[in-house]
Design a binder for this molecule. Structure first.
Ligand code: B12
Ligand code: SF4
Length: 476
């Protein structure tokens, strides 16, 4: 009996590619769903007829505390031993995952010394950060930029018995290739499963509603000083948008085939152009209304674009199911905004929010950044007071974080490698680099973030809701 059980355990599944999703350190306001980028890659693998399996490390741990990292190592080993992969792909990788990525790469390199391993995602696509994968993680190959065609080609190359470096889409020391799909309408929709409880690309069940995430564009045409998205340029082009028809086809498919009735668009800029925003909004809403699909949706918008919305556009958005607009306001003072590389449209913004609340059901949420060059505690108190007057439904506060690949990184660090030792030596496990000054250090900024949440939510109807209390760490 025992022998039989052991031999059954030893049966391994052959798979063309094993995909490993690195975990997050979940902190207040955070969460994780199946990454769309990987969903896109899986669809292309399916079309090409390659087999794949996913090990989703967000299912093993939710923090990067030492005990959780040990658990990650153990659980990953157990899962990996079930497979016999031809190639391993790790990603999407982002900077905050350094601690977890070190463990994942160690475990993979030890268990599969002869299997080609590559990594991809935003961190792999940042210029001058290849060294992190090669030197810190011992991963020889990375896929920069759009992964769909590159991953398929890499698998095909291996299956043909060649070396992974024979694929021109894969970068390694001494060779760099940035993948870029010019027409993103030609990419298959991301893989989703029909099962309501399945983890594939369904964001969450919201009461009776089933919520999924979508992305209608790639990148951002702006380049704010603190943000990676706008500074990731593939072939010098930073923004591509799907056609309206293609976007609505995916919405319809989600609604009709999967029963999704609420969509969160994770685009950096869904409507990005202040000059044409009303034409763009009306065209999108008209096409959506014509399809007669009954779902609600939410988008993110830049405040300068939002301020240009006319009454007609607001009515059209409301009628076609837009239930929330999330604004990246970040700061209110001109000094603070100019440090972040953003425009000030403050006086118009507060009127526009009031106008929208007056004659639509659209909720408005906004993000704010605390900290920055010469910012004082008084500046932050002012910001918090002003955010309370804005009639926002939700507010999110974060300290200013420093990411490699951004102008603010170059102001803070001398060397493109310094961020890794900072993160590994930091007393907090979350993998973030807080922008500190002589006036506002990390501890003070984090205290102020907590204070901002307390202040904003204390007089709102949400203050008594357990989910909000837990999520924003509110004191009851
Ligand atoms: C949705 C999203 C989230 C979701 C999480 C998604 C999830 N999986 O659970 C949430 C809201 C939780 C989130 C959180 C965070 N996020 Co985020 N997020 C995004 C966002 C807006 C969209 C991602 C997406 O779907 N893109 C669309 C797909 C198609 O693109 P993609 O992911 O890049 O995938 C392509 C390639 O990268 C590649 N690829 C992807 N995966 C893989 C894997 C392999 C093996 C290969 C080869 C290739 C490959 O191929 C894909 C298809 O072409 C991006 C911005 C952006 N525009 O991408 C930021 C972004 C990824 N996030 C970022 C950050 C910084 C964070 C946070 C740290 C923010 C914060 N300070 O709280 C947190 C981290 C979470 C935590 N708890 O600590 C940064 C990452 C930058 C970096 N330095 O690495 C980005 C780029 C935003 C930015 N403006 O700078 N995020
Ligand atoms: S903050 Fe927003 S607008 Fe600015 S570069 Fe990033 S995604 Fe674009």
């Amino acid at each position: 009996m025992i022998d039989c059980a052991n031999s059954m355990l030893e049966v391994k599944t052959n798979v063309d590619i094993l995909l490993i999703i690195p975990p997050f350190h979940i902190r207040n306001g955070g969460g994780a769903f199946f990454p769309l980028g990987l969903g896109y890659i899986i669809s292309e693998l399916d079309l090409a007829g390659y087999s794949w399996e996913v090990i989703n490390c967000t299912e093993f741990i939710e923090t990067f505390f030492k005990s959780d990292l040990e658990k990650l190592s153990n659980e990953l080993k157990k899962s990996l031993l079930k497979y016999n992969p031809s190639v391993i792909g790790i990603g999407p990788c982002i900077t905050t995952q350094v601690r977890a990525l070190k463990i994942i790469s160690d475990v993979c390199n030890n268990l599969f010394p002869n299997v080609p391993i590559f990594a991809g995602g935003p961190l792999a696509s940042i210029e001058n950060q290849e060294w992190f994968f090669h030197e810190e993680l011992g991963i020889k190959y990375i896929i920069k930029g759009d992964g769909e065609k590159a991953v398929v080609d890499a698998v095909q190359t291996i299956k043909e018995g060649k070396k992974i470096s024979d694929s021109k889409f894969v970068s390694y020391e001494g060779y760099s290739y940035v993948n870029y799909i010019e027409d993103i309408n030609n990419i298959a929709f991301p893989y989703r499963s029909f099962d309501r409880n399945n983890r594939f690309s369904i964001r969450r069940s919201k009461g009776k509603k089933l919520q999924a995430a979508m992305i209608a564009s790639r990148g951002c045409p702006y380049s704010c000083n603190y943000c990676v998205s706008g500074n990731l340029k593939y072939n010098n082009i930073s923004y591509r948008r799907r056609d309206i028809r293609n976007i609505i086809d995916e919405m319809q498919k989600l609604n009709e085939e999967f029963g999704v009735d609420d969509i969160v668009f994770y685009d950096d800029c869904f409507f990005y152009n202040p000059q044409t925003v009303n034409i763009d909004v009306l065209a999108f809403c008209k096409s959506l209304s014509k399809r007669n699909i009954h779902l609600t949706w939410q988008i993110e918008m830049r405040p300068d674009v939002f301020c240009k919305l006319t009454d007609d556009s607001i009515i059209a958005l409301n009628r076609s199911g837009c239930r929330q607009i999330s604004l990246g306001i970040e700061k209110i003072s001109s000094k603070g905004l100019s440090f972040l590389g953003k425009k000030n449209c403050w006086p118009k913004l507060s009127n526009q929010i009031k106008r929208i609340k007056c004659f639509s059901n659209i909720s408005i949420s906004a993000t704010f950044i605390l900290g920055g060059e010469n910012e004082t505690v008084e500046d932050i108190f002012d910001l918090i007071e002003q955010t309370k007057d804005l009639q926002l439904d939700f507010a999110h506060y974060n300290p200013l974080f420093v990411y490699p690949g951004t102008p603010i990184y170059d102001m803070v660090f001398e060397n493109e490698k310094d961020w890794v030792s900072y993160i590994l030596e930091d007393d907090l496990p979350w993998g973030e680099i807080v922008y500190e000054t002589a006036i506002l250090n990390k501890t003070k900024l984090l205290e102020l973030v907590d204070f901002a949440y307390q202040e904003f939510y204390k007089n709102t109807p949400y203050a008594s809701q357990q989910m909000i209390v837990d999520r924003f760490n509110l004191k009851e």
